[in-house]
Design a binder for this molecule. Structure first.
Ligand SMILES: [Zn+2]
Length: 123
């Protein structure tokens, strides 16, 4: 299935990425630190990365207590993994699919008459 948003292919290690505006908007993180975060892709051979939908970043993984206790240390996730569809390359031109434009709002003539406002923003 073709992905419509975010990265379309696995970025090379060293690529600088950030979360897409769409993802931040959907998760209510536009004002949070996640929106300012930038990561560098690191090489990773885990099953998640081999699946092709996720990629490893240079942020150390958060390991919930107890969750990976049954795995040897070297098999526990080392890096934070992020879904490709939520990432874009830093500096790349924004893609339309990643930034849904607000639909122009229809304003009823009655609303204009009663408030004097057209709903249009001055340029
Ligand atoms: Zn991985």
């Amino acid at each position: 299935m073709a992905r419509k948003r975010g990265l379309q292919s696995m970025p090379l290690p060293g690529t600088k990425v950030r979360l897409t505006g769409y993802f931040l908007k959907c998760t209510g993180q536009q004002r949070g630190s996640e929106g300012l975060s930038r990561w560098t892709i690191v090489a990773c051979e885990c099953s998640l990365c081999k699946g092709g939908d996720h990629v490893a970043t240079n942020e150390p993984a958060y390991l919930p207590p107890g969750m990976y206790d049954d795995l040897p240390v070297e098999q526990r996730p080392k890096w934070r993994h992020i879904a490709l569809c939520n990432l874009e390359i830093v500096g790349a031109p924004p893609r339309a699919n990643d930034y849904p434009l607000p639909r122009p709002r229809a304003v009823s003539p009655r609303a204009i008459r009663s408030t004097g406002r057209t709903g249009l923003q001055p340029l």
